[in-house]
Design a protein around this ligand. Structure first.
Ligand SMILES: CC(C)(COP(=O)(O)OP(=O)(O)OC[C@H]1O[C@@H](n2cnc3c(N)ncnc32)[C@H](O)[C@@H]1OP(=O)(O)O)[C@@H](O)C(=O)NCCC(=O)NCCS
Length: 145
């Protein structure tokens, strides 16, 4: 049905742009650290085309004491493929990759509208909400793995 594999930072733009940065310049889809050797990007392919993407960064958040922390960024599923379980499958795959790297904790900034999705995957909110300019209200969510 679908296949998940590692992709380049460039390929993430196919999904990041329409889903996360709609109407914004392409450059806004490039995240700092995208090309670091410690960063990995994964794509879920459905019928041979990328339908969803996620990126994993080796990044520490001072909210957590764990040494081996990973940040998830750019989780996005093309609109026509949302609510089919693709996001859940990609997040799970990514968690496995982090576990393989002996990661202790996964954290990220979640859009307010996606919190329910992450809570279903056992992530917890920590701290107050904050605004990311031009994108909206976010919360930090985390899970110990
Ligand atoms: C949020 C997003 C990644 C979820 O991916 P998805 O493939 O649509 O979600 P799934 O089909 O895998 O859903 C898994 C479960 O979460 C639930 N869910 C999905 N999106 C949800 C949401 N926004 N709020 C609450 N629950 C949600 C589903 O109903 C499903 O529940 P179930 O297991 O009880 O059936 C996707 O909809 C998306 O890209 N949204 C726009 C961009 C975005 O907000 N990205 C996150 C940035 S932090």
């Amino acid at each position: 049905m679908f296949e998940i594999k590692e992709i380049s930072a460039f390929e993430t733009i196919i999904v990041r742009h329409p889903v996360l940065r709609f109407g914004k310049p392409i450059e806004s889809c490039q995240f700092e650290g995208d090309d670091l050797p410690t960063t990995t990007h994964f794509g879920l392919f459905f019928e041979g085309h990328i339908a969803a993407v996620i990126s994993v960064f080796k990044a520490k958040n001072i909210l957590f004491l764990e040494e081996n922390q990973f940040q998830v960024r750019g989780m996005a599923v093309l609109e026509q493929h949302q609510k089919k379980g693709f996001g859940k499958a990609l997040l799970k795959y990514c968690e496995k990759q982090i576990t393989n790297k002996t990661g202790e904790i996964i954290w990220f900034n979640s859009r307010e509208t996606a919190i329910g999705f992450y809570e279903k995957a056992a992530y917890q909110k920590i701290g107050d909400s904050f605004d990311i300019a031009d994108i909206g209200i976010h919360y930090v969510l985390f899970k110990k793995v």
